[in-house]
Design a binder for this molecule. Sequence first.
Ligand code: ARG
Length: 382
Amino acid sequence: MEYALDRFVREAHTVIAETGLVAGHLIELVTPKPNIPADLAFPTFRAAKEAGIAPPQLAQRIVEKAHAPPGSLIGSIVATGPFVNFSLDAVHLAAAVLEEIERLGTRYGSDDQGAGKTIVIDYSSPNVAKTMHVGHIRSTIIGQSLYHIFDFLGYRVIGDNHLGDWGKQFGMNIAAIVRWGKPEGDDEDAIAAIDKLYAQYSALVKEDVALREEAARWTKRLEQNDPEALARREWIAELQARAAQPNHDDEARAWSLKLEQGDPLARDLWQWMVDLTLKANQRNYNRLGVRFDYALGESFYSPMLEGLIQEAIEKGVAYRDEDGAVVVDELQPGLPTFLLQRSDSGTLYHTRDLACIVYREQEFHPVKIIYVVDARQELHFR
Ligand code: ARG
Protein backbone atom coordinates (compact mmCIF):
# COMPACT_ATOMS: atom_id res chain seq x y z
CA MET A 1 0.00 0.00 0.00
CA GLU A 2 1.37 3.42 -0.93
CA TYR A 3 0.41 6.34 1.30
CA ALA A 4 1.19 10.00 0.58
CA LEU A 5 4.48 9.91 2.42
CA ASP A 6 5.56 6.76 0.58
CA ARG A 7 4.76 8.54 -2.66
CA PHE A 8 6.87 11.55 -1.59
CA VAL A 9 9.86 9.24 -1.01
CA ARG A 10 9.31 7.51 -4.34
CA GLU A 11 9.09 10.86 -6.14
CA ALA A 12 12.31 12.12 -4.56
CA HIS A 13 14.01 8.93 -5.63
CA THR A 14 12.80 9.33 -9.21
CA VAL A 15 13.82 12.99 -9.36
CA ILE A 16 17.39 12.10 -8.36
CA ALA A 17 17.55 9.14 -10.76
CA GLU A 18 16.29 11.26 -13.67
CA THR A 19 19.22 13.69 -13.35
CA GLY A 20 21.34 10.81 -14.61
CA LEU A 21 24.03 11.81 -12.11
CA VAL A 22 23.57 8.98 -9.57
CA ALA A 23 23.18 5.22 -10.10
CA GLY A 24 19.96 3.83 -8.62
CA HIS A 25 21.63 1.64 -6.00
CA LEU A 26 23.44 4.69 -4.55
CA ILE A 27 20.26 6.64 -3.91
CA GLU A 28 19.55 6.30 -0.22
CA LEU A 29 17.12 8.71 1.38
CA VAL A 30 17.18 9.56 5.07
CA THR A 31 15.19 11.58 7.56
CA PRO A 32 16.99 14.89 8.16
CA LYS A 33 18.09 15.88 11.66
CA PRO A 34 15.34 17.76 13.57
CA ASN A 35 17.07 21.16 13.17
CA ILE A 36 17.13 20.89 9.37
CA PRO A 37 14.13 22.56 7.67
CA ALA A 38 13.48 19.66 5.27
CA ASP A 39 11.46 16.43 5.22
CA LEU A 40 13.80 14.08 3.39
CA ALA A 41 17.51 14.18 2.60
CA PHE A 42 19.89 12.53 0.17
CA PRO A 43 23.43 12.43 1.59
CA THR A 44 25.68 12.40 -1.49
CA PHE A 45 28.89 11.03 0.12
CA ARG A 46 28.91 7.56 -1.43
CA ALA A 47 27.75 8.73 -4.85
CA ALA A 48 30.29 11.59 -4.88
CA LYS A 49 33.11 9.22 -4.00
CA GLU A 50 32.06 6.96 -6.84
CA ALA A 51 31.96 9.93 -9.24
CA GLY A 52 35.29 11.29 -7.95
CA ILE A 53 33.95 14.73 -7.03
CA ALA A 54 33.31 16.58 -3.78
CA PRO A 55 29.91 15.84 -2.15
CA PRO A 56 28.75 19.52 -2.04
CA GLN A 57 29.58 19.81 -5.73
CA LEU A 58 27.50 16.75 -6.58
CA ALA A 59 24.62 18.01 -4.42
CA GLN A 60 24.76 21.32 -6.30
CA ARG A 61 24.70 19.62 -9.71
CA ILE A 62 21.80 17.39 -8.78
CA VAL A 63 19.73 20.36 -7.67
CA GLU A 64 20.51 22.25 -10.91
CA LYS A 65 19.25 19.38 -13.06
CA ALA A 66 16.37 18.20 -10.82
CA HIS A 67 12.78 19.14 -11.35
CA ALA A 68 9.71 17.84 -9.58
CA PRO A 69 6.85 16.82 -11.90
CA PRO A 70 3.66 18.91 -11.69
CA GLY A 71 1.25 17.79 -8.98
CA SER A 72 4.07 16.14 -7.08
CA LEU A 73 4.31 16.19 -3.29
CA ILE A 74 7.76 17.77 -3.51
CA GLY A 75 7.65 21.48 -2.64
CA SER A 76 11.32 22.35 -2.89
CA ILE A 77 14.72 20.79 -3.60
CA VAL A 78 17.80 22.53 -2.22
CA ALA A 79 21.47 21.69 -1.82
CA THR A 80 22.80 22.22 1.70
CA GLY A 81 26.47 21.29 1.79
CA PRO A 82 26.73 17.59 0.90
CA PHE A 83 22.96 17.04 1.21
CA VAL A 84 20.12 17.34 -1.25
CA ASN A 85 17.13 18.33 0.90
CA PHE A 86 13.51 17.78 -0.12
CA SER A 87 10.55 19.56 1.47
CA LEU A 88 6.91 18.60 1.19
CA ASP A 89 4.40 20.78 -0.57
CA ALA A 90 1.99 21.36 2.32
CA VAL A 91 -1.07 21.99 0.15
CA HIS A 92 -0.57 18.91 -1.98
CA LEU A 93 0.19 16.80 1.09
CA ALA A 94 -2.98 17.90 2.89
CA ALA A 95 -5.11 17.15 -0.16
CA ALA A 96 -3.51 13.74 -0.67
CA VAL A 97 -3.92 12.72 2.99
CA LEU A 98 -7.54 13.85 3.14
CA GLU A 99 -8.30 11.96 -0.05
CA GLU A 100 -6.78 8.80 1.45
CA ILE A 101 -8.73 9.15 4.69
CA GLU A 102 -11.93 9.62 2.76
CA ARG A 103 -11.26 6.69 0.46
CA LEU A 104 -10.04 4.22 3.13
CA GLY A 105 -12.36 5.18 6.00
CA THR A 106 -11.66 3.01 9.04
CA ARG A 107 -9.06 1.11 7.02
CA TYR A 108 -6.91 4.26 6.87
CA GLY A 109 -3.43 3.33 8.13
CA SER A 110 -3.83 -0.35 7.25
CA ASP A 111 -1.29 -2.03 5.05
CA ASP A 112 -0.53 -5.17 3.11
CA GLN A 113 3.10 -5.45 4.21
CA GLY A 114 2.22 -8.55 6.25
CA ALA A 115 0.42 -10.40 3.47
CA GLY A 116 1.29 -14.08 3.49
CA LYS A 117 3.17 -13.80 6.79
CA THR A 118 2.25 -15.11 10.21
CA ILE A 119 3.09 -13.65 13.60
CA VAL A 120 2.46 -15.45 16.87
CA ILE A 121 1.84 -13.22 19.88
CA ASP A 122 2.14 -14.74 23.34
CA TYR A 123 0.37 -12.44 25.76
CA SER A 124 -1.48 -12.20 29.05
CA SER A 125 -0.40 -15.74 30.03
CA PRO A 126 -1.34 -15.62 33.71
CA ASN A 127 -0.76 -18.45 36.14
CA VAL A 128 -3.46 -20.88 37.16
CA ALA A 129 -4.48 -20.84 40.83
CA LYS A 130 -3.18 -17.30 41.20
CA THR A 131 -5.16 -14.10 40.91
CA MET A 132 -4.08 -11.96 37.97
CA HIS A 133 -1.86 -9.06 38.95
CA VAL A 134 -1.04 -5.73 37.37
CA GLY A 135 1.85 -7.25 35.35
CA HIS A 136 -0.64 -9.49 33.59
CA ILE A 137 -2.93 -6.58 32.80
CA ARG A 138 0.02 -4.84 31.16
CA SER A 139 0.89 -7.90 29.07
CA THR A 140 -2.80 -8.38 28.22
CA ILE A 141 -3.33 -4.83 26.99
CA ILE A 142 -0.05 -4.43 25.14
CA GLY A 143 -0.41 -7.90 23.61
CA GLN A 144 -3.95 -7.28 22.40
CA SER A 145 -2.86 -3.91 20.95
CA LEU A 146 0.01 -5.52 19.06
CA TYR A 147 -2.46 -8.12 17.83
CA HIS A 148 -4.69 -5.41 16.31
CA ILE A 149 -1.75 -3.49 14.84
CA PHE A 150 -0.20 -6.50 13.09
CA ASP A 151 -3.63 -7.59 11.92
CA PHE A 152 -4.13 -4.10 10.43
CA LEU A 153 -0.77 -4.46 8.68
CA GLY A 154 -2.04 -7.54 6.88
CA TYR A 155 -0.36 -10.29 8.90
CA ARG A 156 -2.08 -13.49 9.91
CA VAL A 157 -1.90 -13.09 13.67
CA ILE A 158 -2.14 -15.94 16.15
CA GLY A 159 -2.85 -14.85 19.70
CA ASP A 160 -1.92 -17.44 22.29
CA ASN A 161 -2.57 -17.22 26.01
CA HIS A 162 0.32 -19.30 27.34
CA LEU A 163 -1.25 -20.20 30.68
CA GLY A 164 1.00 -21.13 33.56
CA ASP A 165 -0.88 -24.34 34.29
CA TRP A 166 1.93 -26.81 34.93
CA GLY A 167 4.94 -27.29 37.14
CA LYS A 168 6.07 -27.95 40.65
CA GLN A 169 3.86 -25.28 42.21
CA PHE A 170 0.82 -27.48 41.48
CA GLY A 171 2.42 -30.17 43.62
CA MET A 172 2.40 -27.61 46.44
CA ASN A 173 -1.19 -26.57 45.71
CA ILE A 174 -2.41 -30.15 45.66
CA ALA A 175 -0.44 -31.12 48.78
CA ALA A 176 -1.92 -28.11 50.58
CA ILE A 177 -5.49 -28.91 49.47
CA VAL A 178 -5.10 -32.55 50.46
CA ARG A 179 -3.83 -31.43 53.88
CA TRP A 180 -6.28 -28.61 54.65
CA GLY A 181 -9.24 -29.17 52.34
CA LYS A 182 -10.62 -27.64 49.18
CA PRO A 183 -11.66 -23.98 49.44
CA GLU A 184 -15.33 -23.22 48.88
CA GLY A 185 -16.78 -21.31 45.96
CA ASP A 186 -15.91 -20.90 42.31
CA ASP A 187 -14.84 -17.30 41.90
CA GLU A 188 -11.81 -15.09 42.44
CA ASP A 189 -12.19 -15.53 46.21
CA ALA A 190 -11.64 -19.25 45.82
CA ILE A 191 -8.47 -18.55 43.87
CA ALA A 192 -7.29 -16.18 46.57
CA ALA A 193 -7.99 -18.92 49.12
CA ILE A 194 -5.89 -21.43 47.16
CA ASP A 195 -3.16 -18.84 46.96
CA LYS A 196 -3.27 -18.48 50.73
CA LEU A 197 -3.01 -22.24 51.25
CA TYR A 198 -0.05 -22.19 48.91
CA ALA A 199 1.65 -19.52 51.01
CA GLN A 200 0.98 -21.50 54.22
CA TYR A 201 2.38 -24.61 52.64
CA SER A 202 5.48 -22.93 51.32
CA ALA A 203 6.14 -21.52 54.81
CA LEU A 204 6.24 -25.14 56.05
CA VAL A 205 8.58 -26.08 53.22
CA LYS A 206 10.89 -23.22 54.26
CA GLU A 207 10.89 -24.47 57.85
CA ASP A 208 11.81 -27.95 56.62
CA VAL A 209 14.67 -26.58 54.59
CA ALA A 210 15.93 -24.64 57.60
CA LEU A 211 15.70 -27.80 59.73
CA ARG A 212 17.72 -29.81 57.24
CA GLU A 213 20.32 -27.07 57.03
CA GLU A 214 20.62 -26.91 60.79
CA ALA A 215 21.00 -30.69 61.03
CA ALA A 216 23.73 -30.58 58.39
CA ARG A 217 25.56 -27.82 60.27
CA TRP A 218 25.57 -29.72 63.56
CA THR A 219 26.56 -32.98 61.84
CA LYS A 220 29.58 -31.25 60.42
CA ARG A 221 30.54 -29.76 63.78
CA LEU A 222 30.21 -33.19 65.33
CA GLU A 223 32.52 -34.66 62.72
CA GLN A 224 35.05 -31.95 63.54
CA ASN A 225 34.84 -32.89 67.24
CA ASP A 226 33.55 -29.46 68.12
CA PRO A 227 33.19 -29.51 71.96
CA GLU A 228 29.77 -27.86 71.96
CA ALA A 229 28.50 -30.39 69.42
CA LEU A 230 29.98 -33.29 71.41
CA ALA A 231 28.14 -32.03 74.48
CA ARG A 232 24.82 -31.97 72.61
CA ARG A 233 25.10 -35.37 70.97
CA GLU A 234 21.68 -36.63 71.91
CA TRP A 235 19.93 -33.47 70.84
CA ILE A 236 21.77 -33.61 67.51
CA ALA A 237 20.75 -37.23 66.94
CA GLU A 238 17.15 -36.20 67.45
CA LEU A 239 17.59 -33.28 65.06
CA GLN A 240 19.09 -35.59 62.45
CA ALA A 241 16.20 -38.03 62.81
CA ARG A 242 13.67 -35.24 62.37
CA ALA A 243 15.49 -33.89 59.32
CA ALA A 244 15.60 -37.35 57.74
CA GLN A 245 11.78 -37.70 57.90
CA PRO A 246 9.94 -37.18 54.62
CA ASN A 247 8.90 -33.53 54.74
CA HIS A 248 6.55 -31.11 53.06
CA ASP A 249 8.89 -30.50 50.16
CA ASP A 250 9.07 -34.23 49.41
CA GLU A 251 5.30 -34.42 49.65
CA ALA A 252 4.78 -31.56 47.19
CA ARG A 253 7.33 -33.02 44.82
CA ALA A 254 5.56 -36.38 45.01
CA TRP A 255 2.23 -34.73 44.14
CA SER A 256 3.77 -32.89 41.23
CA LEU A 257 5.14 -36.17 39.85
CA LYS A 258 1.77 -37.84 40.40
CA LEU A 259 0.18 -35.04 38.41
CA GLU A 260 2.65 -35.54 35.57
CA GLN A 261 1.93 -39.27 35.64
CA GLY A 262 -1.84 -38.79 35.51
CA ASP A 263 -2.89 -39.76 39.04
CA PRO A 264 -6.72 -39.30 39.12
CA LEU A 265 -6.95 -37.28 42.35
CA ALA A 266 -4.07 -35.01 41.33
CA ARG A 267 -5.65 -34.53 37.89
CA ASP A 268 -9.07 -33.75 39.36
CA LEU A 269 -7.78 -31.10 41.71
CA TRP A 270 -5.61 -29.62 38.99
CA GLN A 271 -8.53 -29.46 36.53
CA TRP A 272 -10.66 -27.82 39.19
CA MET A 273 -8.01 -25.10 39.66
CA VAL A 274 -7.64 -24.61 35.89
CA ASP A 275 -11.39 -24.23 35.32
CA LEU A 276 -11.77 -21.89 38.26
CA THR A 277 -8.98 -19.63 37.01
CA LEU A 278 -10.11 -19.62 33.38
CA LYS A 279 -13.60 -18.64 34.42
CA ALA A 280 -12.42 -15.79 36.63
CA ASN A 281 -9.98 -14.52 33.99
CA GLN A 282 -12.57 -14.66 31.24
CA ARG A 283 -14.62 -12.05 33.07
CA ASN A 284 -11.62 -9.70 32.94
CA TYR A 285 -11.00 -10.45 29.26
CA ASN A 286 -14.62 -9.76 28.38
CA ARG A 287 -14.53 -6.43 30.17
CA LEU A 288 -11.32 -5.46 28.40
CA GLY A 289 -12.34 -6.69 24.93
CA VAL A 290 -9.47 -9.15 24.87
CA ARG A 291 -9.60 -12.38 22.93
CA PHE A 292 -7.23 -15.17 21.97
CA ASP A 293 -7.09 -17.67 19.14
CA TYR A 294 -5.57 -20.25 21.46
CA ALA A 295 -5.02 -20.77 25.13
CA LEU A 296 -2.50 -23.59 24.94
CA GLY A 297 -1.13 -23.61 28.45
CA GLU A 298 2.13 -25.12 29.57
CA SER A 299 0.36 -28.43 30.23
CA PHE A 300 -0.41 -28.74 26.52
CA TYR A 301 3.28 -29.35 25.87
CA SER A 302 3.82 -31.96 28.56
CA PRO A 303 3.38 -34.95 26.20
CA MET A 304 6.13 -33.52 23.95
CA LEU A 305 8.77 -33.04 26.63
CA GLU A 306 10.24 -36.55 26.73
CA GLY A 307 10.92 -36.43 22.97
CA LEU A 308 12.35 -32.93 23.19
CA ILE A 309 14.74 -33.91 25.99
CA GLN A 310 15.79 -37.01 24.06
CA GLU A 311 16.46 -34.94 20.97
CA ALA A 312 18.51 -32.39 22.91
CA ILE A 313 20.66 -35.22 24.30
CA GLU A 314 21.07 -36.86 20.89
CA LYS A 315 22.08 -33.58 19.30
CA GLY A 316 24.68 -33.06 22.01
CA VAL A 317 23.04 -29.87 23.28
CA ALA A 318 22.33 -31.50 26.66
CA TYR A 319 23.58 -34.45 28.70
CA ARG A 320 22.31 -36.56 31.56
CA ASP A 321 24.44 -36.18 34.69
CA GLU A 322 25.15 -38.87 37.32
CA ASP A 323 22.02 -37.94 39.31
CA GLY A 324 19.82 -38.31 36.23
CA ALA A 325 19.24 -34.59 35.67
CA VAL A 326 19.44 -33.34 32.08
CA VAL A 327 21.82 -30.41 31.88
CA VAL A 328 22.52 -27.78 29.22
CA ASP A 329 25.91 -26.17 29.72
CA GLU A 330 26.67 -22.58 28.83
CA LEU A 331 25.18 -22.33 25.31
CA GLN A 332 26.82 -18.94 24.80
CA PRO A 333 29.34 -17.07 26.89
CA GLY A 334 27.44 -15.43 29.75
CA LEU A 335 24.47 -17.80 29.67
CA PRO A 336 24.20 -19.88 32.82
CA THR A 337 23.97 -23.66 32.85
CA PHE A 338 20.37 -24.83 33.16
CA LEU A 339 18.32 -28.01 33.47
CA LEU A 340 15.83 -29.49 31.02
CA GLN A 341 14.86 -32.13 33.56
CA ARG A 342 15.43 -32.42 37.30
CA SER A 343 16.94 -35.55 38.82
CA ASP A 344 13.45 -36.56 40.06
CA SER A 345 12.37 -36.51 36.35
CA GLY A 346 10.27 -33.33 36.74
CA THR A 347 10.48 -30.79 33.92
CA LEU A 348 10.82 -27.02 34.09
CA TYR A 349 9.23 -23.83 32.82
CA HIS A 350 11.85 -23.44 30.09
CA THR A 351 11.57 -27.10 29.01
CA ARG A 352 7.94 -26.38 28.22
CA ASP A 353 8.80 -23.10 26.51
CA LEU A 354 11.24 -24.94 24.24
CA ALA A 355 8.59 -27.46 23.26
CA CYS A 356 6.25 -24.55 22.68
CA ILE A 357 8.67 -22.91 20.23
CA VAL A 358 9.07 -26.18 18.30
CA TYR A 359 5.29 -26.58 18.19
CA ARG A 360 4.66 -23.03 16.99
CA GLU A 361 7.32 -23.32 14.30
CA GLN A 362 5.84 -26.54 12.98
CA GLU A 363 2.21 -25.59 13.30
CA PHE A 364 2.15 -21.92 12.25
CA HIS A 365 5.45 -21.22 10.40
CA PRO A 366 5.65 -17.71 11.88
CA VAL A 367 8.10 -15.06 10.69
CA LYS A 368 8.15 -13.86 14.28
CA ILE A 369 7.02 -14.93 17.73
CA ILE A 370 6.42 -12.02 20.08
CA TYR A 371 6.40 -12.58 23.84
CA VAL A 372 4.74 -9.83 25.84
CA VAL A 373 6.15 -10.57 29.23
CA ASP A 374 7.68 -9.05 32.35
CA ALA A 375 11.28 -7.85 31.92
CA ARG A 376 12.30 -10.08 34.84
CA GLN A 377 11.99 -13.04 32.44
CA GLU A 378 14.68 -11.62 30.18
CA LEU A 379 17.26 -14.25 31.14
CA HIS A 380 14.72 -17.04 30.73
CA PHE A 381 14.04 -16.02 27.13
CA ARG A 382 17.70 -15.48 26.30
N1 ARG B 1 3.02 -17.43 33.11
C1 ARG B 1 4.10 -16.48 33.05
C2 ARG B 1 3.94 -15.44 34.14
O1 ARG B 1 2.88 -15.31 34.72
C3 ARG B 1 4.20 -15.78 31.72
C4 ARG B 1 4.35 -16.68 30.53
C5 ARG B 1 4.92 -15.97 29.34
N2 ARG B 1 5.00 -16.79 28.14
C6 ARG B 1 5.82 -17.81 27.97
N3 ARG B 1 5.76 -18.46 26.81
N4 ARG B 1 6.68 -18.19 28.89
O2 ARG B 1 4.88 -14.74 34.45
